[in-house]
Design a protein. Structure first.
Length: 252
């Protein structure tokens, strides 16, 4: 399984978008992957959409995993992590879309850098998945100190090599903004994240209750500084101000 990429998708009330997301995975130019759809107690017809898709395509690389009730994105991703068979690990949100070359280009980049943790650029998209022309450029590298103020790493863009970063270290903390907390946990050990400045992901913004709620986003990042990282009030405020400026720039 040295070439297999395990793709983990937490699914919660994603019936409207999940088919298009699965299509974007099946359209990849790199074909050695498994898609783990971790269904997290949806109240819509997400399960029916997925099972119909599996019958229609007959693609054995796609697997539906069902959680016992709604446990949240962190536990859904961790369930996928536990079931993943691949050496390489990628995350994809259930309403985001990948460019066809995403896996191929990112894996080549990861191997070129001999890295354990890489991420790519991305573009904001509307509810229909159409790119809005606002592309987020990413730096060549991010250290822990840099990442505290620059939360440019977007979940649907990351890839890990579990031969470099063991799977048990990749479990997401069960807190809000669990993805950012994981990036910080990894980088806190002295590792570096490498950025591939290529637009390979469309980030669908419409309908995201947390991401679209600016006040909630402010609370989440502040709580990460104070609780997850245990920072002083002064250090939290310093990083928070830089983070806020960069976050606004990404969306302008």
């Amino acid at each position: 399984m040295d070439r297999l990429i395990s793709i983990i998708v937490p699914v919660y009330n994603a019936a409207e978008f999940i088919r298009e997301t699965m299509d974007s995975v099946r359209a990849q130019t790199y074909g050695d992957w498994e898609l783990l759809l971790v269904e997290d107690g949806s109240t819509d017809n997400s399960v029916e959409r997925i099972t119909d898709y599996l019958k229609e395509t007959g693609d054995s690389r796609i697997r539906l995993i069902r959680q016992p009730g709604n446990q949240g994105a962190a536990k859904a991703r961790n369930r996928g992590l536990a079931e993943a068979a691949g050496r390489y690990l990628a995350y994809l949100d259930a309403d985001d879309l990948w460019s066809p070359e995403k896996l191929e280009h990112e894996l080549a980049f990861l191997q070129e850098k001999q890295a354990g943790f890489v991420f790519t650029g991305y573009e904001f998209a509307d509810e229909a998945g159409r790119g809005l022309g606002k592309v987020v450029r990413v730096p060549e590298t991010l250290s822990y100190a840099q990442a505290l103020s620059n939360t440019t790493i977007f979940t649907s863009t990351v890839m890990f090599d579990t031969a470099v970063i063991p799977k048990e270290f990749l479990e997401m903390p069960v807190i809000k903004s669990e993805d950012t907390a994981l990036w910080w946990k990894i980088l806190r050990t002295g590792r570096t994240a490498y950025g591939l400045d290529e637009n390979l992901v469309r980030y669908r913004r419409a309908g995201r209750s947390l991401s679209s709620n600016k006040l909630e986003a402010l609370r989440r990042i502040w709580n990460l500084y104070r609780r997850a990282e245990g920072m002083s009030l002064w250090d939290s405020a310093r990083h928070f101000c830089v983070w806020a400026v960069l976050a606004v720039r990404r969306r302008m």
